[in-house]
Design a protein around this ligand. Structure first.
Ligand SMILES: Cc1cc2nc3c(=O)[nH]c(=O)nc-3n(C[C@H](O)[C@H](O)[C@H](O)COP(=O)(O)OP(=O)(O)OC[C@H]3O[C@@H](n4cnc5c(N)ncnc54)[C@H](O)[C@@H]3O)c2cc1C
Length: 472
């Protein structure tokens, strides 16, 4: 692998492909391309060149040269990733898809869109909504791009009813490291034609090929939505109610949040959360075709919750109240980001959430750090935040680096081990990237990782594409 300085002649070849103004080589311009949203900037690395192609042909031309010259290429979308996936670990080229940002088609008859990889989630949602439809997956940060969301198989809180990115991707255009442009799948609901390379691409974190276009399914818009906030005295009562709720209703989202954390987010946004009772809140978002169905679902949820220890039921039914509740929940990360070292995204069978969270609390007590934990109760995906702070009588007290540095890895180890022992995995939606690769064997057997290495060699024999990610 050539990770030394780029030969000036080769550099000129790349500049010619994308045009000088679409190429960055100065440190000031490239600094933004050296990291993603993972908080510790010491994992960052400056690339030698940032290229911003406008077409699949330009991507193919770049990869052909990079492969021949053994130059590492790191694809990059919105850089909202949380595990260093788009950090150019060995230097080389950052291939930013930001200029490939066209919504090419909204095909109403097939309920599918054709978009370039650099379209953002916000842009995509707007295009789909403008056509009167609905795209359910919603990873919290709307500047994420379609290519990055596909590469991480992004999820979000609506997965409990509507699934994750994988469930919506029907076709892909990819560019292989050798510079071949391939179409996988298409505007098809069913496809049993050979190995599904399409699904192999989803979640491959830019290590096998570059995604340049996608065919994405969208759905009819639900007629009505309503949010319920249900406080409980303790976590156990809240979590134990989840399987009972799911036996009777299938909500869009079913989240658990500690009251203290949600209040920090509400205060920061100067918005009001509907209730201040209890310790743990369930947030349920329902959708329905009409008022009768909505009332039946809400009443059923309320009756089950009140039977199992809920302190009250709060309903947000106007668009404004619902938007506020969702905004406060979605922006928790922003509210505590300053003191966050890492957001974990362990996924356990949902019947194990309460036990897993209790173990996290014990680990927090053992190391004297605040580990606020909340997440997608409906699908088992638990977000523990490892903080450089502790809580003292409700106050957040920063902890010096000399104290948290030593504890950080041990905390991760213990949480991952607990997740594994409960049949869980180390990542439910963020991916492995750079940060979690040393823990991959906690979730996958050596044989499984061996097959993955073999697949990587088939696609990328010279190892130029996003080297150092997922595994070494
Ligand atoms: C506040 C906040 C909330 C979040 N909430 C959620 C959530 O609820 N659910 C969730 O799943 N995630 C969440 N995330 C994480 C992040 O938004 C997702 O991982 C998202 O899918 C990353 O998309 P991106 O375009 O930013 O990708 P990047 O960060 O740019 O890249 C991610 C990975 O994809 C690869 N990649 C990017 N583009 C391409 C391409 N065109 N072809 C091949 N590989 C490519 C990169 O090399 C890298 O490995 C959140 C992040 C933040 C900051």
């Amino acid at each position: 692998m050539n990770s030394s300085a780029l030969d000036p002649e080769i550099r000129d070849v790349f500049i010619e492909i994308v045009g000088r103004k679409n190429c960055l080589s100065e440190p000031e311009g490239m600094a933004d391309y050296s990291h993603d949203e993972f908080s510790l900037r010491d994992i960052g690395r400056m690339p030698e060149l940032v290229l911003k192609p406008r077409s699949s042909f330009q991507v193919a031309a770049i990869l052909e040269v990079a492969d021949r010259e053994r130059i590492p290429v790191t694809p990059r979308g919105g850089a909202t990733g949380l595990c260093g996936g788009c950090v150019p670990a060995p230097g080389g080229i950052v291939l930013s898809l930001e200029r490939m940002n066209r919504v090419l088609e909204i095909d109403v008859a097939n309920q599918m869109a054709v978009v370039e990889a650099g379209v953002t989630l916000r842009q995509f949602e707007e295009a789909v909504e403008e056509a009167g439809f609905y795209f359910p997956p919603h990873p919290g940060e709307e500047s994420a791009m379609i290519g990055g969301m596909i590469a991480t198989n992004a999820g979000g809180s609506r997965a409990v009813k509507y699934g994750v990115l994988r469930n919506y991707i029907r076709g892909l255009e990819i560019v292989t490291p050798q510079g071949d442009i391939l179409d996988l799948g298409g505007k098809l609901i069913k496809n049993s034609t050979g190995y599904s390379l399409l699904h192999l691409m989803i979640g491959s974190e830019g290590t096998l090929a570059i995604v340049t276009k996608a065919v994405i399914q969208f759905l009819a818009k639900p007629a009505l939505t309503r949010s319920l906030v249900i406080p409980f005295d303790d976590l156990d009562a809240a979590i134990e109610t989840v399987p009972l709720l799911l036996r009777n209703i299938l909500p869009i989202a079913l989240e658990f949040v500690p009251r203290d954390v949600i209040m920090i987010s509400a205060d920061r946004l100067r918005k009001s959360w509907p209730c201040s009772l209890g310790e743990t809140h369930l947030m349920i978002i329902l959708d329905a075709a009409g008022e009768d169905e909505m009332d039946r679902l809400s009443q059923s949820a309320a009756a089950i919750a009140l039977d199992h220890g809920a302190l009250d039921i709060f309903i947000a039914d106007t668009p404004k109240k619902q938007a506020d509740v969702l905004d406060i929940r979605s922006k928790i990360y922003e509210a505590i980001k300053q003191d966050t070292i890492e957001i974990l995204d362990v996924c356990v069978p949902r019947g194990q959430i309460a036990a897993h969270v209790k173990r996290v609390r014990a680990i927090a007590a053992k190391y004297g750090l605040w580990l606020p934990t909340f997440g997608h109760a409906g699908d088992g995906n638990v977000h523990t935040h490892i903080m450089k702070a502790r809580q003292e009588n409700g106050r957040i007290v920063p902890v010096p680096e000399s104290e948290w540095r030593g504890a950080f890895d041990k905390i991760r180890e213990e949480i991952y081990e607990d997740g594994r022992s409960r049949g869980g995995v180390i990542s439910g939606e963020h991916g492995i990237g750079l940060v979690k690769k040393k823990y991959l064997s906690r979730s996958l057997s050596p044989e499984h990782i061996g097959l993955m290495r073999g697949i990587k060699r088939v696609f990328d024999p010279n190892g130029i594409l996003n080297p150092g990610k997922i595994f070494d």
